[in-house]
Structures are given as structure tokens and as C-alpha cells.
Design a protein around this ligand. Structure first.
Ligand code: UDP
Length: 434
């Protein structure tokens, strides 16, 4: 009998992707998998992708009806989590498991792998709990093993009191769980993993990147994206010089104001460098994204704009020089694994914290700083690109990115720290069947 895992990602692109990467890994170790989506995401995935590009015989895709609002504001997060707790809560999961088990007499569900949203910083949550939410934006060292953090950069502060309480509860809830798998690797977070390990069984198994992407650029695997991948940009990248292209993408949820979008476009233009920019149709707050008049004509010979890119393939392309990123955790892990230095433009949630790590701890990128009105001006953008790609400081960052790329890949190779953790998990899940 094979272990049969029910995989439950949070219904958002940035959570579905790493869970699918984990699914591919588990399938190659003899698991049978059932992948649970919300109906909406399930349909979007089937519409946007060729099914056999991500579905495997041993991965069953199922879905349940749940309609969550856009979780990009504190209110949206609160409503979304409450709805999820109702529509994808324990009673729904129980029912789903019963249905699977009734269908698959021989292959009943033997383990559940669920997304634990924001489970980082358990002790920090405990410490904060006693003091309440810090009101002023001061820099504090929450754990001896973490760098000092601006309290305003903490994810639970961005999302307010509700998320703060929720974070504390989640920290408590995961304590009895035996296997807490992290999409990260020991070599970049050893002090934090060590501290957390005193409280819970933490197992970094990342970066969760399919092996095909680590060894070659030709792969038939595609992440189950909610938007249709524009693969034409890869042909465009093939025509560009090595280390020349600025890749700009803000992930699946971040939005920019009309003014900010315009300012960024002018900054991109002013760099006079080739660029690949993901402009999702909903990238502009409130309406269909529009670029400044004449922009497309002016940059036609050196720019490529798509509404959704095959990001792993893009980042592993030799023409990419740097990644202007919102610092979503997947984007950061993917950039590290491909050795691409970053310009950090966080939008919300954990992204400010991730920026601190990218810039101050791992030294893999530079921040793009907003002015007093919260805008990143075109001059700041150009300056960031120039420092990263032309200066001594930039050279050190780029060399650091190349070195960490090797360390990240070693972590998931046979005998590497993440590979060992993953094997421990697989062995334990198989052993419990006997
Ligand atoms: N992504 C992609 N194409 C794009 C933009 C993003 O495939 O044009 C993928 C990216 O590779 C990553 C995910 O979408 O796996 C975004 O996750 P992340 O945590 O970076 O950001 P979020 O969308 O959760 O804010």
C-alpha cells in the first residue's frame, strides 16, 4: 500500500505553487496524492493550463466550493480566513476524506499536509503576546537568532489586531504537530530553525523547485497557474545578451496605484536596458492596468511585457540580470535557487520581513526605497538598477547570489540538509503504514 497524502494549500497562487512542487516530489517517492483546491482556483487552473503539464496519474485534483474575497487588505484577510475556517474547515475536510476513502478502499488517506499560514516566529509571537501589538515603529530583536526588525515590517502588524491574534493561535496550534515542513533550507535560516526546533519539529525541505529546473532549462512541467502563461517571452529572452535583462514581477496579488505604475514605467524606460515585465491585468489598483501614453512604442525594441510569465523558466534563463520583486516567499526562494540578485519592492504581509532577510542578512539584493508619500520614484528605480548591475557593491551582491545558488541546490541534492529532512518525512510516512 502506498502512502496517500491529502494536500491542502491555502487557496492562493503563492500557496498552490509550492504545494504542487511538494506534490511532484512526493509522487516521485511513491506517494499517491489528492490535491484539494477551491472550486474557483480549480477551474482557473484547468482553464489556464494544459492539464497534463502538471497533473500526474498519481495526483488527483479535487475541489470544494469556497469563495474567498481578495486577501490583500487587513479586512480582506479577516473575512477570507473566517470564510476558509467555515468552508474548508475540519468538518469539510472530514467529509472530503470520507468521500475519498469510500472511493479508494485500497488507498485510504494516510496523512494530511496542510498549509500553516504564517507559522514562522512562534516564540516571537509568544513574546509579543504578553506585550500586545507594539504601537510605534521601533526596531526590536525578537529572537536572539533573528536580525532586529522594524515592528512595522511584521506581517501580523500590517494586517492588524485580527491577524496578530490569529498568528498567536496558529503558533499554538502547530505545536503538537509532529512534522512542520518548511519551504526553506537550513543553510539560510539555521539560527531560526534551531530556536524553533526547541518547540516544534521543524524540517526545512526547500527550496521546493522541481529537479528539472535545477538541471536543465527544458521541462514539460508547468506550475498550475491561475493565469495563462505567456511562453513567448522565452523566445524573446533567447535573443537577449547574457546577464542583461531586468525581470519585473509582483507576484499574484500585489497592486500598484496608477501613479506608481506610471512612475515605474518611466523608471524602466530611463534605465535604457532590456526588460521583461509581468503586468497582470489586475496589477493596477481599481481598474485594468494602463501604461503611460507612448511607453510601449518607445520601449518596443528592448522590452517584453506579458500578463503572466513562466517564472521558473525566466529566472533560470542566462539573459536575466536581476529580479525586481515584491519579495513573495516563493519568488525569493526561486530567485535564490537561480542565483538572481534582487531589487526589493515589498507590498504586504511577510514581504517586508523577507526583504530584511534578502537585503540585510543574506545580502542578495538592494531595497527600493519609497519617498515620504510612499512612492518609489523613477530615479530611485534607476539608481537601484545601476548600483546592483554596475557598482562594486552590486558585484558583491551578484557574487553572493551565485554562491548561494550552489548552496541552495546542494541542500536538495542527495545527502543535502533538505533532502535528508525530506527523506526522514517520507520514511516516517511509509513506516506508519506497516
Ligand atoms: N509566478 C509566475 N508567473 C508570474 C508571476 C509569478 O509563475 O508572472 C509565480 C512565481 O513563480 C511564484 C508565485 O507565482 O511561484 C508567486 O508566489 P509569491 O510567493 O512570490 O508571491 P504571491 O503571489 O504569493 O504574492
Amino acid at each position: 500500500m502506498a502512502p496517500h497524502a491529502l494536500l491542502i494549500p491555502l487557496p492562493a497562487q503563492g500557496h498552490v505553487n509550492p504545494m504542487m512542487q511538494l506534490a511532484w516530489k512526493l509522487v516521485s517517492h511513491g506517494f499517491l496524492l489528492t490535491f484539494l483546491n477551491s472550486d474557483t482556483n480549480h477551474n482557473r487552473i484547468l482553464t489556464a493550463n494544459t492539464p497534463n503539464s502538471f497533473i500526474h496519474d498519481n495526483i488527483r485534483m479535487i475541489s470544494v466550493p469556497v469563495e474567498i474575497p481578495l486577501m490583500d487588505t487587513p479586512e480582506g484577510i479577516e473575512n477570507g480566513i473566517e470564510l476558509l475556517a467555515k468552508d474548508m474547515g475540519p468538518s469539510v475536510i472530514d467529509r472530503v476524506i470520507q468521500e475519498i476513502n469510500a472511493r479508494e478502499e485500497e488507498n485510504k488517506v494516510t496523512c494530511i499536509i496542510a498549509d500553516v499560514w504564517m507559522c514562522f516566529g512562534l516564540q516571537a509571537l509568544g513574546i509579543l503576546h504578553s506585550d500586545g501589538i507594539p504601537k510605534e515603529n521601533k526596531k526590536t530583536k525578537y529572537l536572539p537568532s533573528m536580525p532586529a526588525l522594524h515592528s512595522g515590517d511584521l506581517p501580523w502588524l500590517w494586517a492588524g489586531e485580527y491577524m496578530f491574534r490569529k498568528g498567536i493561535r496558529m503558533g499554538e496550534e502547530i505545536k503538537p504537530i509532529k512534522w512542520v515542513l518548511f519551504n526553506s533550507f537550513l543553510e539560510i535560516e539555521a539560527p531560526v530553525v534551531e530556536t524553533l526546533s526547541k518547540e516544534v519539529g521543524v524540517y526545512p525541505i526547500g527550496p521546493l523547485i522541481p529537479p528539472e529546473f535545477l538541471h536543465s532549462r527544458t521541462t514539460t512541467k508547468v506550475l498550475p497557474s491561475f493565469w495563462k502563461n505567456d511562453t513567448g517571452c522565452l523566445q524573446w529572452l533567447h535573443k537577449q545578451c547574457a546577464d542583461s535583462v531586468i525581470y519585473i514581477s509582483f507576484g499574484s496579488l500585489a497592486v500598484l496605484s496608477e501613479k506608481q505604475l506610471e512612475e515605474l514605467a518611466l523608471g524602466v524606460e530611463a534605465t535604457r536596458r532590456p526588460f521583461l515585465w509581468v503586468v497582470r491585468s489586475d496589477l493596477m489598483k481599481g481598474s485594468q492596468a494602463v501604461l503611460p501614453a507612448g511607453f510601449l512604442d518607445r520601449v518596443r525594441d528592448r522590452g517584453c511585457i506579458v500578463s503572466w510569465a513562466p517564472q521558473l523558466e525566466v529566472l533560470s534563463h542566462p539573459s536575466i540580470a536581476c529580479f525586481v520583486t515584491h519579495c513573495g516567499w516563493n519568488s525569493v526562494q526561486e530567485s535564490i535557487t537561480m542565483g538572481v540578485p534582487m531589487l526589493c519592492w515589498p507590498y504586504f504581509a511577510d514581504q517586508f520581513l523577507n526583504r530584511t532577510y534578502v537585503v540585510d542578512v543574506w545580502k542578495l539584493g538592494l531595497p527600493l526605497n519609497a519617498n515620504s508619500q510612499g512612492m518609489i520614484e523613477q530615479e530611485e528605480f534607476v539608481k537601484g538598477v545601476e548600483i546592483l548591475l554596475e557598482s562594486e557593491q552590486g558585484l558583491e551582491i551578484r557574487e553572493g547570489a551565485r554562491k548561494l545558488k550552489i548552496i541552495a541546490r546542494d541542500a536538495v541534492k542527495d545527502g543535502g540538509s533538505s533532502s535528508n529532512n525530506f527523506n526522514l518525512f517520507v520514511t516516517a510516512m511509509k513506516r506508519q503504514l506497516n
